[in-house]
Design a protein around this ligand. Structure first.
Ligand code: SF4
Ligand code: SF4
Length: 150
């Protein structure tokens, strides 16, 4: 049986009051921030692709080397309270962005549903992701709906 924690810290605390453990727990592991994006050279428009970072383990649905991710992958960004002004690049469903905008977490967030399985259809897997590799051209994997709607 799934159980909701008694203390919904994500509702009663501001982001800057979270402990490191609570900050980590806020991430729903959707993986959407691990998808590559490309910028059109002509109009600067940003497009989302379904090409995941080399380090993303599609099968297990998580970073394959989370502790070393920042050293291993150029461009991997650590989300911190000091960087909240940059959170607009995150998907609208990202828990950090939602709480920064004072919006509730969705019912499928593991902190609410009690299971990480509830994220599957709302995260990276809904785009049928592939891993980045030398023979992949990102332009061939642009997701039509664009980055504004993800
Ligand atoms: S988009 Fe947000 S909630 Fe999803 S994996 Fe990235 S940081 Fe975590
Ligand atoms: S290194 Fe890990 S957390 Fe960072 S973008 Fe790649 S898969 Fe995501």
């Amino acid at each position: 049986m799934n159980s909701k924690p008694l203390d919904p810290f994500w509702e009663i605390k501001h982001l800057n009051e979270l402990t490191p453990q609570e900050w980590e727990a806020l991430c729903d592991r959707c993986g959407l921030c691990c998808l590559n994006r490309i910028q059109d050279e002509e109009d600067d428009e940003i497009y989302l692709t379904r090409v995941a970072c080399r380090c993303y383990d599609i099968q297990s649905g998580q970073c394959s080397d989370y502790p070393n991710r920042l050293a291993k992958v150029e461009g991997c960004t650590q989300l911190t309270i000091e960087r909240t002004s940059e959170f607009t690049w995150l998907p609208e469903t990202c828990a950090y962005r939602l709480r920064f905008e004072n919006k509730p977490l969705p019912s499928w967030h593991p902190l609410i549903s009690g299971t990480p399985l509830s994220v599957r259809e709302h995260g990276i897997h809904k785009y049928d992701p592939v891993n980045e590799s030398d023979d992949i051209d990102l332009e061939d994997y642009v997701i039509d709906e664009g980055v504004g709607d993800w």
